[in-house]
Unconditional design. Sequence first.
Length: 58
Amino acid sequence: MKKVVTTSIVLLSTLALTACSTNNANKTISKDKATDIALKDAKLSKKEVSHLQIKSDK
């Protein structure tokens, strides 16, 4: 369970940082693209986090 929680926090933190970085200012990217970037940055595969759900603020 601890690994799942840690993975969730890392993934969501990375996703938030990626989406808010200055390089992406005034640009929109799809949820799938943001997820792919976050997974790559966190060095995780989709298979490792397939049981997690990413919820949007909107």
